[in-house]
Design a protein around this ligand. Structure first.
Ligand code: ME8
Length: 651
């Protein structure tokens, strides 16, 4: 029998700036659902990608002096890298600059034209380039865009229009017949109210920008970026091309996963376009909440985003994925903070999961010679608890209640702990010897519970799940959720802490150092003339120009490193004693220990900011800062081109 298909998509992300935690969130949730559905036997297709056209992109590229496509290529490279690090299992990655996508957009427009839904007119009104959306004057809030408070500008241009007004009633009828189309329920009500309020025809072309898909048959216009972008969901399946097999197999989508900021585009415009084109509508749009910082949505335009690099680098993809799914009630807003992350990391992962696993595994090594007990045991309260948790996990995963699914799994971990305390295997070993069947049964029950935990967390923490399964001697992709699946008498795999405890103090002092570095934004160098060699992963510093006087206030000097040693308990920090020609050497702490060994530094000349206010880093005072080029977070020390006396000025 053919397996049921499950086509899941994320929004395609703008490439005017680097990805942040919000983009990661949607993509990680989509990946978790895709992995879960695959586990449940669905024929899954998972799409993500990038939205590369439009006014915002055209302007961002212009401001950096580069071509939009070059900026897009650079940011897309970062997206690919990030999705690889986060173990995202997308089957395809669509870019709206792909030729296959253009074909899909033209095919959709042709169908809408054939239906008589497109006409030419003149648009006059307000446009928000932050949201790439038109707003009637009555909707503006304090003269700004009502959705996100971006500035708006008055547009007056010739435009093609889509008869959106004709779809008000069909849309309302569709929502009534398919209440599951919009989730969660509160968002369903918002959308219905919005449509009941009346729909105006929608401008779907732009004549004053050029960075877009040319309007079919009219070179003066490009396609409005949202009509362009939404079509990705079908163009990625080959809609509009000669090869439509994937489209026929997977469309309509089972789930468009989006943030609540773009619900209207997905629940009003997109179904109306599809109705006009005579194509089936997606089965569900889920609008999740926002990660907030200081009570405001984190967004590139607001400049308050959390970039994932530090957390990912220090704690790995699994920890970040876990935090996001456990902390946010899917559908509601939540606050993102490093403190919150570290607290959960230590409590749930290092302590809860890590300790339970290492405690049980250590006993099996000790009492069972490092092999799973030879005999399974059926009758225990732990088995009843595990089966109840598996049931709840399935129900809550099916309902996309990830935090509750994880809560259930952690209940099982707590039950394992309580069971160990109650049964006291060490007591049994003492009284009855290590070969006691009772001892073997108790340990089997604990191991089997851990195996179920590993399988249940696999959609969220794939790498950790594989590691724990390997430690239990199981295949890394074992998936059975039936009690008793653990092999008997099999050798345990390699030891090792699943999540080493985080030193919160060390983390914050190192992060503070990183924050002193300038914020970088992507921009390929060499604007127009082709460079003979490609510019290195070029990132221009987005900074305000300063005068020479301001620069002169920074005292840069050359110093010779006399001593270098690691700061205890820190991965990155190295304490240096540097001769700056002042008599006594200066103590400077640098975050360069990832790339340099202390012994490589002694005798070397470096460049130092000599008049920086002293700072204390992990308890060590630093009286200056060394300079290094930073490539993807890795430091490359700066030095003069030939040896100069210590204290020589740099200008
Ligand atoms: O809107 N919290 O792209 P975009 C949670 N190109 N999720 C967030 C978030 C936050 N603070 N900020 C962003 C676009 N997101 C269009 C989409 S689709 C045809 C075109 C996530 O780069 C969330 O999924 O602005 C949101 O919908 C998406 O990023 C917006 O990304």
């Amino acid at each position: 029998m053919a397996r049921e298909t499950f086509y899941i998509t994320t929004p395609i992300y703008y490439v005017n700036d680097l990805p942040h935690i919000g983009h990661i969130y949607t993509t990680v949730v989509a990946d978790t659902i895709a992995r879960y559905k695959r586990m449940r036997g669905f024929d899954v297709r998972f799409l993500t990608g990038t939205d590369e056209h439009g006014q915002k992109m055209e302007r961002s590229a212009r401001a950096r002096g580069v071509e939009p496509k070059a900026l897009a290529d650079e940011v897309v490279r970062r997206y690919h890298e990030l999705w690889r690090q986060l173990e995202i299992t997308n089957d395809d990655f669509i870019r709206t600059t792909d030729t296959r996508h253009h074909a899909g957009v033209h095919a959709l427009i042709a169908r809408m034209q054939a239906k008589g839904d497109i006409y030419k007119g003149s648009y006059e009104g307000w446009y928000c380039s932050g949201c790439e959306a038109f707003f009637p004057e009555t909707q503006l809030v304090d003269g700004k865009c009502p959705d996100q408070g971006h500035p708006v500008e008055l547009l007056k241009e010739e435009s093609y229009f889509f008869r959106l007004s004709a779809y008000q009633e069909p849309l309302l009828a569709f929502y009534r017949e398919h209440p599951e189309f919009i989730r969660p329920g509160t968002r369903y009500n918002e959308v219905v109210r919005f449509v009941e309020g009346g729909l105006k025809d929608l401008s779907i072309s732009r004549a004053t920008i050029t960075w877009g898909i040319p309007w079919p048959g009219d070179r003066e216009h490009v396609v409005y970026v949202w009509l362009d972008a939404l079509t990705n969901y079908v163009s990625a399946l080959g809609f509009g091309s000669a090869e439509q097999g994937l489209y026929e197999h997977y469309w309509p989508a089972a789930l468009h996963l989006v943030g609540k900021d773009i619900l209207r585009f997905h629940c009003v415009y997109w179904p109306a376009f599809l109705m006009s084109a005579g194509l089936p509508l997606p089965r569900q749009v889920f609008g999740h909440g926002w990660w907030l910082r200081d009570e405001r949505k984190m967004s590139k335009s607001l400049g308050n985003v959390v970039r994932p690099d530090t957390l990912l680098e220090r704690f790995g993809a699994d920890a970040l994925r876990y935090f996001m799914l456990r902390e946010m009630t899917f559908g509601s807003d939540a606050s993102f903070s490093d403190e919150g992350f570290l607290a959960r990391y230590n409590a749930d992962l290092a302590n809860g999961l890590g300790n339970a696993a290492s405690r049980v595994l250590a006993m099996v090594r000790r009492y069972c010679d490092g092999r799973t007990p030879a005999e399974a045991c059926d009758d225990s309260a732990l088995r009843a608890k595990a089966e109840q948790v598996v049931g709840r996990w399935r129900e809550t995963m099916d309902a996309f209640e990830f935090h509750r699914a994880l809560e259930a799994v952690w209940e099982l971990l707590a039950a394992v702990d309580a069971y160990v305390n109650e049964k006291a295997p060490w007591g049994i070993a003492k009284a009855e010897g290590a070969s006691s069947p009772r001892l073997q049964h108790v340990l089997y029950n604990c191991l089997e519970s851990l195996r179920l935990v590993a399988v249940m967390v696999s959609p969220v923490m794939p790498a950790m799940s594989a590691r724990l399964l390997a430690q239990l001697g199981e295949a890394a992709d074992a998936q059975s959720l039936e009690w008793g699946g653990l092999g008997t008498g099999q050798a345990l795999g390699p030891e090792g802490a699943l999540f080493p405890r985080a030193d919160v103090e060390a983390f914050f002092s190192e992060v503070k150092m990183d924050e002193n570095k300038p914020v970088q934004s992507p921009a390929p160098a060499a604007p127009s003339a082709p460079a003979p060699t490609p510019a290195p992963a070029a990132q221009l510093v987005a900074a305000e120009p300063i005068g020479i006087d301001e620069f002169a206030r920074v005292k840069l000097v050359v110093g010779t490193v006399k001593l270098a040693e690691r700061v205890p308990k820190s991965k990155k920090l190295i304490r240096l004693e540097v001769d700056l020609g002042e008599g006594a050497p200066r103590q400077i702490v640098g975050g360069i220990g990832d790339r340099y060994q202390p012994e490589q530094l002694v005798g070397r000349q470096i460049v130092v900011v000599a008049n920086l206010k002293p700072a204390v880093l992990m308890g060590v005072e630093s009286r200056g800062m060394l300079l290094a080029a930073s490539l993807d977070g890795a430091p490359f020390l700066l030095a003069p081109d030939g040896e100069v006396p210590p204290g020589t000025g740099v200008k």
